[in-house]
Design a protein around this ligand. Structure first.
Ligand SMILES: O=C(O)c1cc(=O)[nH]c(=O)n1[C@@H]1O[C@H](COP(=O)(O)O)[C@@H](O)[C@H]1O
Length: 275
């Protein structure tokens, strides 16, 4: 099933707008994983199985696997999600962007090697760099718009001409361009950080019902109420509110999976309070 339809179905079936981020850091794993040669897979699988009922999506972050040489764990983890939790889409967080001939390989990596339903992409190189992802109409392309980090304003806020003799910040231009020109297959979503509630409201006004991936709640301190009030769509959906560390490492002990499930459920309930 196409990513956008799967996401809409999952929002409704799980009554959840929470995306569980999978950012494995072995130094934060509970003691029971010490000496386990397959700790990255086993830890992430336990988290997935504990949190799936509260998740509208899972988002593995590729550098957290690749830096450990754990690409095989990532492949098996995505396969496990598809097998054990069908209907929960997987967004590979890779933030790819390169000239078209290379981007084709990034698209094959995300969608064919890892079997992700969607991938994050960086628009800085322009449309042709994202085209190989856009062409996969059944997969989602989640494009950076206004990122959650403190340096987001360094470039994303620079005022650029909007073509009508006026100016607006680059992130608004990115949002408008993607909504108008890049979304022919209806498979685009935007990354807008939870740490920027005003910008969430502005971008929502520009792009209509396009889904947002919203990282930055939990460890980065974003305000859930402000996120939901400013960025939900008219039907009370439109968001993948993503949290990684606050769910994964909710407890350092043997109860880590139950603690992760509690953290995901609590975030789901918080989000649902303001939908
Ligand atoms: O694309 C992303 O997922 C992303 C975009 C962004 O603007 N900010 C951001 O934090 N992320 C990712 O979201 C996750 C946030 O992790 P926590 O802060 O632990 O919830 C990390 O994997 C980041 O790489």
């Amino acid at each position: 099933m196409a990513f956008m339809q799967a996401l809409r179905d999952r929002w409704s079936a799980a009554d959840s707008l929470v995306c569980v981020g999978l950012d494995p850091e072995p130094s934060k794993f509970p003691a029971r994983f010490r000496g386990d040669d397959d700790a990255v897979f086993n830890f992430c699988r336990d988290i997935v199985d504990a949190t799936a009922r509260h998740a509208c999506a899972f988002k593995p972050q590729i550098a957290h696997f690749a830096a450990l040489g754990a690409e095989s764990a990532l492949e098996r983890l995505v396969a496990h999600i598809h097998d054990a939790h069908p209907g929960v889409p997987v967004i590979l967080d890779a933030k790819r962007g390169d000239i078209g001939s290379t981007a084709q390989h990034y698209a094959a990596e995300a969608f064919d090697r890892y079997a992700a339903d969607a991938v994050t992409a960086n628009p800085y190189l322009g449309r042709d760099s994202v085209q190989p992802f856009l062409d996969r109409a059944d997969r989602g392309v989640v494009i950076l718009c206004r990122t959650s980090n403190p340096g987001a304003s360094d470039l994303q806020d620079l005022v650029v001409a909007d073509g009508n003799g006026a100016g607006r910040p680059l992130y608004q231009h990115v949002a408008a361009t993607i909504a108008r020109d890049w979304n022919g297959h209806g498979n685009c979503a935007l990354v807008v950080g939870a740490t920027w509630p005003d910008q969430l409201r502005e971008v929502r006004a520009i792009v209509g019902d396009m889904p947002f991936l919203v990282p930055g709640v939990g460890a980065q301190g974003g305000d859930v109420e402000a996120v939901v009030r400013n960025a939900r769509t008219a039907d009370g959906t439109g968001l993948m509110v993503s949290s990684s560390r606050a769910i994964l490492y909710a407890s350092p002990g043997d109860d880590f999976a139950d603690a992760a499930a509690d953290a995901a459920r609590t975030l789901k309930e918080q989000v649902n309070r303001y939908r």
